[in-house]
Write a protein that binds this ligand. Structure first.
Ligand SMILES: Nc1ncnc2c1ncn2[C@@H]1O[C@H](COP(=O)(O)OP(=O)(O)OP(=O)(O)O)[C@@H](O)[C@H]1O
Ligand SMILES: [Mg+2]
Length: 464
């Protein structure tokens, strides 16, 4: 039978809680002070400690270190006013917190999850081992100190239901972090539903988030479940939440506070069981000041902040990521392409304004253009690649391989030689076709042989 230690200085609530916990199949031991709790802890080595935050001779937080040393879980119980302290406790290693009056359903879920959480802890332990050996934490590659801090935060917050807010420049991996948290949470068998609030049109966003009932507006022929309902028992990833229309922010806040959504045109609220992870590449405080983000919504979402450092602050991770992405491409295609020392040096020195996404795209592009050793000519010009065109052809924008499509534009200055334009067009199309020469030939309406001939010619000119 699992053992629970309950600590509360109010004997009445202690007794009531002990009964509830026994009903859930735990052997319970109680204490009313920190000193007593420490003594009981030694005697029974509990699986879980449920403790009041404020105790006569200290705080529940003081029990965390001993609990961690034996792998026991800690659940803080706190009044509404001290949620911030409870969050501090999560950072220190507590597993979850309950606010008073204790919600019975939440308590039951937490207790039912004691063994599941222990499994998750074992999984996190093995990820830590992997980090030391392979320099990665689950899907996140890199072992710099800056990322080590992020992994610690993920580890602490994942098993809880706390709302997480991830802030970081574009391409730093916010969505990957959100997925990692989901995978390490007890919701991992449930859905992970991402929604980009900046990409949904203002007229559709309300129905996207909250759903709509049939006939609620012209064209609403069927009932539609919003993302909150779709993410039931899972995680909702609210990406770019700062881009949401201000009227909708009020509604979102209400949903987060009440735990119920009402579909557009709907009458009654629907209870939801969703963990929210929000992300933005803006500075939220600034968005609040500019009146784009409501302060109360920001306060509600920012329960547990995680700041993702830009790639330029991750030191050796650049090398690790270069090897990782190239290794993946090599493994997929059965090739053995490798970096030249000069290119490695150039890439190490580069500032990476587009962060990991930019690095991934640069690797992809270089991989496609290189034969075996990846030389400077395979890099975009602004990365130290030799200009092939004397600067007469500018590419806008640098195509992003993540979403490579034929929509990328080439801008050509009047007076550029036809040969130069042709070369840029062929290379850009080859890139957009992920290196597939046959497809490139078809798209450009020339023969495969032409493509081969041109590529050989370019290579020879470069080598010369
Ligand atoms: N640490 C990492 N290890 C491996 N791949 C990563 C890492 N960080 C990011 N990536 C990859 O980089 C790309 C961009 O990551 P992601 O989409 O999570 O960034 P983002 O911060 O959400 O960017 P944006 O603000 O533009 O939405 C993805 O292809 C992702 O798989
Ligand atoms: Mg993103």
């Amino acid at each position: 039978m699992p053992r629970a230690l309950l600590v509360d200085d109010d004997p009445a609530s202690l007794g009531a809680l002990a009964e509830l916990i026994q009903l859930e199949g735990f052997a319970t031991t109680t204490a009313t002070t920190l000193a007593e709790a420490q003594a009981r802890f030694e005697e029974i080595t509990p699986d879980v400690i449920l403790t009041d935050l404020v105790l006569p001779d200290g705080t529940g937080i003081d029990l965390i270190d001993s609990a961690l040393s034996v792998g026991a879980l800690v659940v803080l119980i706190t009044g509404h006013a001290s949620v911030e302290t409870a969050v501090e406790a999560l950072r220190r290693g507590a597993n979850d917190y309950l606010t008073k009056p204790v919600d019975l359903a939440r308590l039951k879920t937490i207790l039912a999850n004691v063994s599941r959480t222990r499994e998750l802890q074992a999984q996190i332990g093995s990820l830590r081992g992997e980090l030391r050996k392979l320099g990665r934490f689950g899907p996140l590659v890199g072992a710099s100190p800056a990322m080590g801090t992020v992994y610690d935060l993920i580890t602490r917050v994942a098993p809880t239901d706390a709302t997480v807010c991830i802030v970081g420049e574009s391409g730093t991996g916010k969505e990957v972090v959100a997925q990692a948290i989901h995978e390490l949470s007890r919701r991992r068998k449930g859905p992970f539903v991402p929604v980009n609030c900046g990409a949904v049109s203002p007229t559709l966003i309300e129905s996207t988030l909250f759903g709509h009932d049939r006939g609620s507006f012209t064209g609403a022929e069927r009932m539609h479940r919003g993302v909150f309902e779709q993410a039931s028992e899972g995680t909702l990833f609210l990406d770019e939440f700062t881009e949401m229309p201000i009227e909708l922010q009020v509604k979102l806040l209400r949903v987060l506070e009440t735990g119920t959504v009402t579909r557009v045109g709907g009458e009654k609220g629907i209870d939801i069981d969703v963990r929210v992870i929000a992300a933005t590449n803006r500075v939220p405080e600034q968005a609040v000041q500019e009146g784009k983000l409501r302060g109360d919504l920001w306060y509600r979402l920012n329960v547990f902040p995680i700041c993702l450092p830009p790639l330029r602050e991750r030191g050796g991770d650049i090398d690790v990521l270069l090897e990782h992405f190239l290794g993946e491409l090599n493994a997929g295609q059965g090739t053995q392409k490798r970096w030249s020392a000069a290119v490695r040096m150039a890439l190490r020195r580069y500032g990476w304004p587009g962060n990991v996404r930019e690095l991934k795209n640069v690797v992809h592009r270089a991989y496609i253009l290189a034969e075996e050793e990846i030389g400077g000519e395979c890099l975009p010009n602004d990365l130290g690649g030799r200009s092939l065109t004397n600067g007469t052809v500018a590419r806008v924008p640098l195509p992003m391989m993540d979403g490579a499509e034929m929509g990328t534009t080439l801008m050509v200055r009047v007076g550029t030689s036809v040969a130069d334009v042709e070369q840029q067009l062929i290379l850009a199309t080859l890139e957009a076709c992920s290196g597939n020469k046959q497809k490139t030939a078809e798209v450009l309406g020339v023969s495969l042989k032409t493509i081969y001939n041109r590529l050989n010619a370019y290579r020879e000119t470069r080598a010369a």
